[in-house]
Design a protein around this ligand. Structure first.
Ligand SMILES: [Zn+2]
Ligand SMILES: [Zn+2]
Ligand SMILES: [Zn+2]
Length: 347
């Protein structure tokens, strides 16, 4: 297997993981993959189901019954390496310039968090303890991966449903460690830093304060976390969940029990209101501060950045205007989406 490359587009600053292996061009052209995905989605069991542990690479960590041996049944959550990782764990970055282009070898980590032993059990149906343990598994993996200073960022994300890119009905999420900070996150980090330089306050703390005062876009206020429709939501029913007290890193949080409850409620309401929509969930947390320290990056990070969860339902594809311009068109004002999600029903 050839090592994939990370290539930077000098015009946009965007990085692409370029797969260097041969792909089946006929499959690609025929859209064969999407048909196979539909078959996988229709399956009633998979390699992530309890009893199929030998079908995955050996587990990195698992929350399991004390008497159950690793890589066998008896677990509640398993974290395993992704079988077909886009970035591979061994090797050097081999950072180089090719003429005017920047290239890195595709070094990183790609892990799968299997969230439940049973097929078809989705997050809103799990117990609060299940969901709390999933969040704790994220914390453990982020903290461990951050010890490797080749990795500048650890992105936790989840696809629910085929439209969101998932190919399996089993509930799982991804953790990908990357040697560069993803552009979407970097934009947030830089904007938050500039806001801090100007105002000496955290932007998201200011947003939480204003939103709690205005009460127009708040969906849930549980006293520790707030779930809200962001002011400039990109798509209908986008939801952010943030800690109300300033906190830079998700993995430093100590209230996963409360967070699990609020997250479950939001997902259950989205399911009810939008008829089980496909969605993407990402955690935007502070980057690996150790990896950037000697470069002098992120000096005020711990004051200026505030972690949050973003949930974006996938209700439609993008229009050519959106793809060509980068503008998004949101057909439901966030204030209205907040009312609907507060009530948990379409008005
Ligand atoms: Zn399964
Ligand atoms: Zn803050
Ligand atoms: Zn974000």
């Amino acid at each position: 297997m050839a090592i994939n490359q990370l290539r930077r587009d000098p015009l946009t600053g965007r990085w692409t993981v370029t797969v260097m292996d041969e792909v089946n061009l006929q499959e690609l052209a025929r859209g064969q993959k999407s048909r196979n995905h539909a078959e996988t989605l229709g399956a009633i069991s998979c390699e992530y189901c309890e009893g199929q542990e030998k079908a995955t690479p050996p587990e990195i960590v698992a929350f399991r019954h004390p008497n159950s041996p690793p890589n066998g049944p008896g677990w509640r959550i398993r974290v395993v390496p992704e079988k077909a990782p886009v970035l591979q764990i061994y090797g050097d970055l081999n950072n180089r310039g090719v003429g005017i282009y920047d290239v890195l070898d595709g070094i990183g980590a790609h892990e799968v968090v299997v969230e439940h032993p049973k097929h078809f059990v989705t997050l809103p149906d799990m117990t609060d303890d299940n969901v709390r343990e999933i969040l704790e598994a994220y914390r453990a993996r982020i903290a461990d991966l951050k010890r490797d200073t080749r990795f500048r960022y650890i992105l936790v994300h989840k696809n629910y449903g085929e439209g969101a890119g998932s190919t399996n009905a089993h509930s799982f999420s991804h953790i990908i460690a990357t040697p560069i900070t993803p552009l979407r996150v970097k934009e947030e980090l830089v904007n938050a830093m500039h806001y801090f330089q100007f105002k000496e306050r955290c932007m998201l703390c200011d947003i939480v304060r204003q939103e709690l005062k205005q009460q127009e876009r708040i969906i849930i206020d549980d006293g520790h976390f707030v779930a809200l429709s962001p002011f400039a939501a990109r798509i209908p029913f986008e939801v952010w969940i943030l800690p109300q007290k300033h906190e830079t890193f998700f993995e430093q949080n100590t209230r996963y029990e409360q967070l699990a409850k609020t997250l479950k409620q939001i997902l259950a309401r989205l399911r009810k209101v939008l008829n089980d929509p496909h969605y993407v969930l990402v955690i935007h947390s502070g980057p690996n501060i150790e990896a950037g320290r000697f470069r002098g990056y992120w000096r005020t990070l711990e004051q200026d950045f505030h972690w949050h969860i973003e949930i974006t339902p996938r209700l439609r594809g993008y229009t050519s205007f959106e793809i060509g311009s980068g503008f998004n068109i949101n057909s439901i004002a966030p204030e209205r989406a907040a009312v609907i999600l507060r009530d948990g029903r379409l008005a």
